[in-house]
Ligand binder design. Structure first.
Ligand SMILES: C[S@@+](CC[C@H](N)C(=O)[O-])C[C@H]1O[C@@H](n2cnc3c(N)ncnc32)[C@H](O)[C@@H]1O
Length: 256
């Protein structure tokens, strides 16, 4: 199993809550790409604190929705935050899942942390009900000319690679052909993010991963201190033209 580099500490929770807010329109767009069909059981893999699970319930309105996450702490917070929804602690690279076959699976910003995303998509397909749908969202690019942001991103890219994942997984998914799945749609959603929000998400994340073994072995403390300080200084800025995310959205249908 890969290690989840962004962990499940207090600042990691605050970052996930901010990420959910910043990327809510992106998630709504992904859900709007689904063919309109009644959904019996929908599953949110790598659901974190449950924000995406709640959106899934609101937009798709399945009869039942289950969020699964490897972190017991996130599962506990999700149950507290969304008491009407079901959450299960689970490493979702392990199949079979402990539930009946879903007819819809969503996974946002999860495959980026896993070492064989194409193989895992094929394994998930085997878990689905006939003609079941899988929707994924992963980073295609993060465009920025801001030196603080590009420095931060180059560290994160190496850190995720060290744990077996890929920060910019979107282009690889676009070229992949997972077993037993037919691609129904693929697009890149563009999301400009304010400098302040990007700096807040990055600061919180840096405070979590700066003690990671790979980071400690490869970066000087003084370099990380300067990066942390510079990110903090950017947090009050509201302009939206310094950094933009491109998110690859793909919807698959299970082939039977
Ligand atoms: C970046 S967060 C995304 C959370 C949520 N999907 C969203 O878009 O807001 C990635 C989540 O995947 C979870 N995760 C990482 N590896 C996992 C695994 N093998 N099985 C289940 N969950 C995993 C982490 O605990 C974390 O909650």
């Amino acid at each position: 199993m890969n290690r989840y580099t962004f962990r499940d500490t207090d600042p990691a929770e605050v970052r996930l809550a901010l990420l959910a807010k910043v990327f809510e329109p992106e998630m709504r767009r992904l859900l709007s790409m689904l063919p309109k069909r009644p959904v019996r059981l929908a599953v949110d893999l790598g659901c974190g604190l449950g924000f995406t699970t709640r959106l899934l319930m609101d937009v798709v309105q399945p009869l039942r929705v289950v969020g699964m996450d490897i972190s017991w702490r996130y599962v506990r917070s999700a149950r507290t935050g969304f008491p009407g929804l079901e959450f299960v602690e689970r490493d979702v690279t392990k199949t079979p899942f402990p539930i009946e076959s879903p007819d819809f699976i969503i996974a946002r910003f999860l495959l980026t942390h896993l070492s064989d995303p194409e193989g895992i998509l094929g394994a998930w397909a085997n878990e689905m009900a006939p003609r079941g749908l899988i929707a994924v969202a992963e980073v295609e690019f993060i465009k920025t000319e801001h030196p603080v942001f590009s420095t931060y991103l180059s560290v994160v890219e190496s850190l995720i690679a060290d744990s077996g994942g890929k920060l910019y997984l979107g282009p690889h998914l676009a070229a992949a052909d997972p077993n037993r799945l037919r691609r129904l749609s693929s697009e890149v959603y563009r999301a400009p993010v304010s400098t302040g929000n990007a700096a807040k998400m990055f600061s919180l994340n840096l405070s979590v991963w700066r003690s990671d073994r790979f980071v400690v072995d490869n970066y000087e403390t003084s370099f990380l201190d300067v990066l942390a300080r510079r990110l903090e200084q950017l947090q009050a800025q509201t302009c939206r033209d310094r950094i933009e995310w491109g998110i690859r959205h793909i919807v698959y249908e299970r082939l039977d």
